[in-house]
Design a protein. Structure first.
Length: 140
């Protein structure tokens, strides 16, 4: 982000996005059809670009537009959704890709975030107990 130092978790998620996309792409190119593999690759690239764009927008909001953050974020959200919709429309209608492969590729960031959080919690499962009045269970 612009001017905001990234945490280790953010860096792990960004690197993990590329690793998950690489693994999914290689496996799909080896064991699935070319259309499916191209869908995975394009969907993964679209989702990573979208995630990066969101990260950049949030960094700008917190540094420059903190006083009017809500309208700025809403406007950027709609712009990002429209652009991604147009890109997906052209990918689906103009290119030879499998839609299921595209959906798997679009899920790369979500799958990576889940894997990153699960791995972080498996490394140190008792970290919640270090805080005062903390427990292993969330009761709400």
């Amino acid at each position: 982000m612009i001017g905001i130092k990234k945490t280790i978790m953010q860096k792990n998620i960004e690197i993990g996005n590329w690793v998950v996309l690489g693994v999914f792409s290689v496996v799909s190119f080896l064991f699935m059809s070319g259309m499916f593999a191209m869908g995975v690759l394009l969907g993964g690239l679209i989702s990573i670009v979208n995630f990066r764009w969101l990260s950049r927008d949030l960094g700008i909001v917190f540094l420059k537009h903190a006083d009017r953050a809500k309208p700025f974020i809403i406007a950027k959200y709609y712009i990002r959704i429209i652009v991604m919709g147009i890109v997906l429309f052209f990918v689906i209608t103009r290119m030879q890709v499998d839609v299921l492969g595209l959906l798997l590729g679009l899920s790369v960031v979500v799958i990576n975030i889940i894997l990153t959080v699960v791995c972080a919690n498996l490394k140190n499962p008792l970290r919640r107990l270090r805080k005062k009045n903390a427990s292993l269970f969330i009761l709400r």
